[in-house]
Write a protein that binds this ligand. Structure first.
Ligand code: NDP
Length: 481
């Protein structure tokens, strides 16, 4: 059986514990690989390699760093099929999605930051009359930690690693133990691209063991984490006494506000995607749909009709829209919320049941589920489900829509459908979310800041924000005569 090894100092290594974890294929429930179950000893080895690589990498010219990163981007592209198939086997997402979104975006992450670093510059402030000149150095931090989740495995893993190494840091990175395969393959791509040994170290294993050891390590001074709010809270508590720099990209419960004056057909098509893409397992999916009362009944009918057409099937089939959920425990968690919705008086308009796919009978498949709810305070509207489940509720006024949209502890993203420019401005300004999409969804320009408010996180990634996070600003003040 294939073994997923750690990638430390440019070479693949077994875990020092000699222990392995099972890696499941969610489309058929079978174990198909063994994952290194790493612990603090492996993190220490990774740290030593990263520390040794830091002086040279941080003094490598921007041009050279950029050249190597562009090579990594190109190699990810030329390995598109292999990486997409690996992602599908690990995660259960449709192959078409992995090929169109996940892997191309992993490549873009390297390409984007390879270019961005060539444009990243420092500020200078002359204090006229005082004869002093200030300039701000942006220096790499040293060895940094990157921890990512299972929903967009290589996409989010590289979203952190690329700016970290572009800025001159060396990295210890841990993918989710649920989806380690593409991170494993990234090691050999980095070697082929000529990334010096120790610049990127990839350690596999569980969050409480390998992940915790990264967060607890005294000399890893910055952690970029994407994952659940509870884990983020735990990481913040662990890291705060060591004064680490933290970027936390956490959970969401995103509202989708649909006004009667929207472009209805476009809204309908995009809302199906924003509800169920990647089986609803994208932190940016709009899981609470609020519709203006005058079009609510029509929307309900049309939306359910469209959702009914989605094909649930083996992720490798080209006509599959909805693949498998990532794991059995996750499937059970999502199902438990469907039960809670019913207990709370919600009405299942469509879906709600698990699905048996012919030839993949033990896979973790669930129907896309649409639930009508009557109170925004119900648990299914307040807690993150992170699966193919959306709720519907009508609203009468803009104020009511905003109150419900903002009436959760999360504040990651929001989508607004309207053709009224004044409303666009009014509502966008009042939405408590780090990202607002108007008449579109998941439209990403990598230069823009990305992150959440409230319990959805701290800090912003993307563009220069990420390069600022992965550098220390040092002001140098020179007095001259
Ligand atoms: P988790 O918080 O469970 O895990 C995220 C990562 O953290 C995994 O690599 C996990 O390892 C690791 N981890 C777990 N415990 C610890 C610990 N004590 N110390 C260090 N690392 C730890 O999230 P999920 O993987 O379940 O991902 C889903 C969540 O991610 C959802 O809440 C979703 O909203 C959020 N998310 C947020 C995004 C954003 O940009 N804001 C984007 C995508 C997802 P392991 O899995 O091996 O246990």
């Amino acid at each position: 059986m294939e073994k997923i090894l750690n990638y430390i100092n440019g070479e693949y290594r077994e875990p020092q514990s000699g222990e392995w974890l099972d890696n499941y294929n969610p489309s058929n429930g079978e174990v198909y690989a063994q994952i290194a179950n790493s612990n603090a000893q492996d993190i220490t080895s990774a740290y030593e390699a990263a520390k040794a690589a830091f002086p040279k990498w941080s003094h490598t010219t921007i041009g050279e760093r950029s050249r190597i990163m562009l090579k990594i981007a190109t190699l990810i592209e030329s390995n598109l099929d292999r990486l997409a198939e690996a992602e599908v086997k690990d995660n259960g997402k449709p192959l078409s999605l992995a090929k169109a979104v996940d892997i191309p975006r992993a490549s873009s992450n390297f390409r984007f930051f390879a270019n961005a670093i060539t444009q990243f510059s420092s500020d200078a402030h002359e204090s006229i009359g005082l004869n002093t000149m200030n300039f701000t150095l942006r220096q790499p931090i040293g060895v940094v930690g990157c921890i990512s989740p299972w929903n967009l495995p290589l996409y989010l893993f590289t979203w952190k690693i690329a700016p970290a190494i572009a800025a001159g840091n060396t990295v210890i990175a841990k993918p989710s133990e649920v989806t380690p395969m593409t991170a494993f393959l990234l090691g050999e791509i980095c070697t082929e691209a000529g990334l010096p040994n120790g610049v990127l170290n990839i350690v596999h294993g569980t969050g409480p063991s390998a992940g915790q050891a990264i967060v607890e390590h005294q000399n890893i001074k910055a952690i970029s984490f994407t994952g659940g709010t509870k884990t983020g809270e735990h990481i913040a508590r662990t890291a705060a006494p060591m004064f680490k720099k933290l970027s936390l990209e956490l959970g969401g419960k995103n509202p989708n506000l649909i006004f009667a004056d929207c472009d209805y057909d476009k809204m309908l098509a995009v809302t199906v995607k924003s509800s169920f893409a990647n089986q609803g397992q994208i932190c940016l999916c709009g899981s609470r749909i609020f519709v203006e009362k005058s079009i609510y009944e029509q929307f309900k009918k049309d939306f359910v009709a469209k959702v009914q057409q989605l094909k649930i099937g083996n992720p490798s089939d080209s006509d599959t829209n909805i693949g498998a959920l990532v794991s059995k425990p996750h499937l059970e968690k999502v199902q438990s919320y469907i039960k809670i919705a019913e207990e709370e008086g919600g009405k299942i308009l469509f879906g709600g049941k698990s699905v048996t796919v012919k030839g993949s009978e033990n896979g973790y498949y669930l129907e896309p589920t649409v639930i009508e709810v009557y109170d925004n305070k119900c648990r299914v509207n307040q807690e993150e489900i992170f699966g193919p489940v959306v709720t519907l509720m009508p609203f009468e006024t803009e104020e009511e829509a905003l109150e419900m949209a903002n009436g959760v502890k999360y504040g990651l993203s929001a989508t607004l459908w309207t053709t009224n420019l004044n409303r666009t401005m009014r509502v966008s300004k009042q939405l408590e979310a780090g990202i607002v999409w108007v008449n579109t969804w998941l439209n990403r320009d990598l230069r823009t800041p990305f992150g959440g408010m409230k319990d959805s996180g701290v800090g912003r990634e993307g563009g220069f924000e990420a390069l600022r996070f992965f550098t220390e600003a040092k002001n140098v003040c020179i007095k001259y005569e």
